[in-house]
Design a protein around this ligand. Structure first.
Ligand SMILES: Cc1cc2nc3c(=O)[nH]c(=O)nc-3n(C[C@H](O)[C@H](O)[C@H](O)COP(=O)(O)OP(=O)(O)OC[C@H]3O[C@@H](n4cnc5c(N)ncnc54)[C@H](O)[C@@H]3O)c2cc1C
Length: 380
């Protein structure tokens, strides 16, 4: 497997400078509470401002409201937003994976209906994959859509559905065919209105006390034919390709970045020690290496390759690194993580401490990613 070395071009560096200047003006440090990575707060107004700059749906065709730009351009913008702790929550899922999935598999009507609104930062989406008995083993989903006149009646339970309580729609992986020996057959994807009749969203508190997780119960929710995404029965392949957008991006190695920046800003006294030089030096070297791998994945996407194995490997290494960063910061400074602490470092340390266990679970656990990599490399 080859990760070709990738550097940013002069145009891409120019885009990076533009995003930095935009953030310094629109969202100056000290005027907002920064969030950790993609779990940062939701702010429709901020998403709309990004959209005005053409920084949402960047790789979507212009005729659907996008900018016909590249995965690397999106990488550049995402990296800067995440490093800044910007409130990316409202548009994150729609921009990262729903828009490209609809662009690839959707009907012309679906593209016209959803893509321009996503690119304007208006519509938000959640992910309806996991179920109580189907997380790693997604082929075990039991949510079922039964054929009725003009559409489908959808029943079942989805779980860990981040943002379902505030999002507009979610894409549901469900069973539409009879069970056969091939568990990957008979699965489909439906675009479901999160305010539809028969749909109940129940909050599940997260470790940190945040209420972003949900259980979504579907009781004979009517989904019209025009909201079937792609092929009936083609859900497994479509879902797998959607997962590829979820892995390997900057959100997998920047979740704890702000901790280090804030440590260096607020605790200059720890920087002079030999131990600090070693720890920070190792962290920066790891970051740089992971960043280059991740950038290389974005270049592969632009070259119309399918870097599923490479993305799985990047996510596996990068999310373990995110957890190591937290441990290193805790080694360098004796601070208690405090929810409403006086300093920003205490507060983000609190968030990071309670959310770090999830880094290697969300988007596919590390055991599963290793298995994807081993199978892709022909070792299993
Ligand atoms: C913060 C966060 C946000 C999330 N948001 C969403 C969301 O928006 N939408 C959504 O659909 N899901 C979401 N999830 C769910 C997430 O995708 C699942 O938690 C994850 O895929 C694992 O599934 P599970 O929880 O059912 O664990 P299980 O699949 O039950 O796994 C339990 C343990 O067994 C191990 N294991 C399982 N199978 C194997 C195997 N074959 N070989 C080796 N080890 C194995 C796993 O690695 C894990 O350690 C979110 C999860 C988190 C933590």
């Amino acid at each position: 497997m080859l990760f070709a070395p990738a550097d940013l071009t002069e145009e891409e560096l120019e885009l990076q400078r533009e995003v930095r200047a935009f953030l310094a003006t629109e969202l100056p440090r000290g005027t907002f509470e920064p969030g950790l990575g993609m779990a940062a707060p939701r702010d429709r107004g901020f998403s709309a401002k990004l959209a005005e700059r053409g920084w949402l749906g960047m790789a979507i065709p212009v005729r659907y409201g996008g900018r016909d730009r590249s995965a690397v351009d999106r990488f550049v913008v995402s990296e800067e937003l995440l490093r800044w702790g910007a409130p990316v929550g409202h548009h994150w899922v729609a921009d990262r994976q729903t828009a490209p999935t609809i662009n690839r598999f959707g009907t012309e009507e679906q593209k016209q209906r959803f893509l321009p609104a996503i690119c304007r930062g208006e519509l938000s989406f959640a992910i309806g994959m996991s179920e109580p008995e189907a997380g790693s083993d997604l082929a075990a989903v039991r949510t079922r859509a039964s054929r009725v006149e003009g559409g489908w009646l959808l029943s079942g339970t989805k779980v860990w559905t981040s943002g379902a309580h505030v999002s507009d729609w979610f894409v549901v992986l469900c069973r539409t065919g009879e069970s056969t020996e091939d568990r990957h057959a008979g699965l489909s994807q439906l675009i479901v209105d999160l305010r539809a009749d028969g749909l109940t969203v129940r909050s599940i508190p997260f470790l940190s006390g945040h209420r972003d997780f949900n259980e979504v119960v579907l009781e004979e929710v009517f989904v019209p034919d025009e909201l079937v995404l792609g092929e009936i029965g083609g859900g497994w392949a479509q879902n797998t390709s959607e997962l590829a957008y979820e892995r390997g991006g900057p959100e997998r190695w920047l979740s704890t970045y702000l901790l280090v920046e804030e440590l260096m800003r607020a605790h200059e006294e720890v920087l002079g020690t030999e131990r600090a030089s070693i720890v920070l030096g190792e962290m920066v070297a790891s970051w740089w290496g992971l960043r280059r791998l991740s950038l290389s994945v974005a270049r592969m996407i632009d070259a119309a390759e399918a870097p599923a194995v490479q993305s799985a490997l990047v996510k596996e290494m990068a999310t373990r690194f995110e957890q190591d960063v937290l441990a290193c910061v805790q080694e360098l400074v004796a601070l208690e993580p405090v929810r409403d602490g006086d300093s920003l470092l205490e507060r983000i340390l609190f968030e990071a401490t309670l959310s770090a266990p999830s880094f290697t679970i969300r988007g596919g656990t590390n055991e599963i990613l290793r298995s994807v990599a081993a199978k892709g490399l022909g070792r299993l």
